[in-house]
Structures are given as C-alpha cells and as structure tokens.
Design a binder for this molecule. Sequence first.
Ligand code: SF4
Length: 216
Amino acid sequence: MIAHEQLSLFQRQSDEFWRFTLAQFEAKGGTVACKAGCVHCCKAYAQCSDVEADQIAAAMRADPDGLGRYEARINAYLRELADKWRAAGDPVPDFEKRVEMHFGLNMRCPFLTDGDRCAVYDMRPQACRTHWAAGTNELCKSPATVSKALKIAPTEESTRMFVEALRQEGRTEEYASYDRIQEVLSQKGSLTLIAAAVKRALMRRSSAESRPERNP
Ligand code: SF4
C-alpha cells in the first residue's frame, strides 16, 4: 500500500495541478461552476481506493472526539442506503444501477458537515479533488440533468504548460512518483463507495489493533 506521507504529497501536488488547470481554463474564458458550499457532487456515488480510505480511517481513529465521531454517520448512511435499495425493489443492485440511481436517493456523503463543508477536505479522495463542472451548477442540481453537466478536463496544452512551469522552477523531480500513484489510485475494480471503503478500513484497523502481538 502507498504510504500515507506519499499519498499526502500526491494530494497536494494534485491540487496544485488542478489550480493550474482551472486557471488556464478561466484564462481562456471558461467559468468554473464549483464553489465552496455547493454540495451537489457530494450526493453522487463517489468512490475511493483502499489507501485513501485508510488515510481517513487513521485520522478518525486518532481523533475519536472529533473526526472519529463521523463513524456513526457512516453507519447510518450505509443503513439508509441499504434500506433505500430494498425499498427500490433491488437489495443488491449491480454497479451501473447503483451509480445511476444514487444521486436521486438524495444521500449526502457522511463526511459532509451540517455547514456544507467536507470534514476530510485535506484527505478527500481523488474522485472529489478532480471533479469540476463548467458554467453554472444549474445542471448539477437535479438527477435528471446532472449527467449533462459539463466537466472540466485538463487539456494537452495546459498539462504541457504545467510540466514546463515545473521544469523552469527546477521542481520536476518532486513529481517523480506522481503518475505511478495516480495510476494506483484509479485502478479499475479497486474502488469502493467512500463510506463503505472507510468503514472497511476502520474495521481493518480495529482488528489489527486488537490482535495480540506474536512472539518473535
Ligand atoms: S469526501 Fe468530502 S468532498 Fe468527497 S463526497 Fe464526501 S463530503 Fe464531498
């Protein structure tokens, strides 16, 4: 598994890359729809990798009176989701159906605070870091139109400019592991709904901590 320090570095780099990408997008006349407090994406079927979930689980276990309290929200969220699947007549929908129906179930990610902020913002998974909509957030509001919202993607030109800026600043080496980590985090078949992945990571950590140490 990728070490948490490596993951944190990658996440800061990813944010730097996206700040650059969005600035280029706006410089060409585009408008970024996403703003602090807009939470439509946090109702989507967002997934994360095991290492991202473990990073959040570690922070939760280290802070039982703060972030750790979100465990109750995770459990409630997963119970509510199972109830809604059952009520929809399919207790174990296949992956495509889960994704398709999720937005319409109006389930707020358990890490979304009552003040509409992400409680794990610095550790939010790549799916949340890299999802940007263009124009206004009008299309993001409804299950009927959310899939039509225009997504912003890095262009070849903006990526080349970013790489060149790093080269001029002598920082290319800092990004040596970037592509490898990006590939690991986005491996097909290894991603799970954020709440379910973090619950699993919490259970793994809890059972590892309660396991008696073996004698050498
Ligand atoms: S982890 Fe944070 S940004 Fe991602 S869906 Fe949950 S509340 Fe939103």
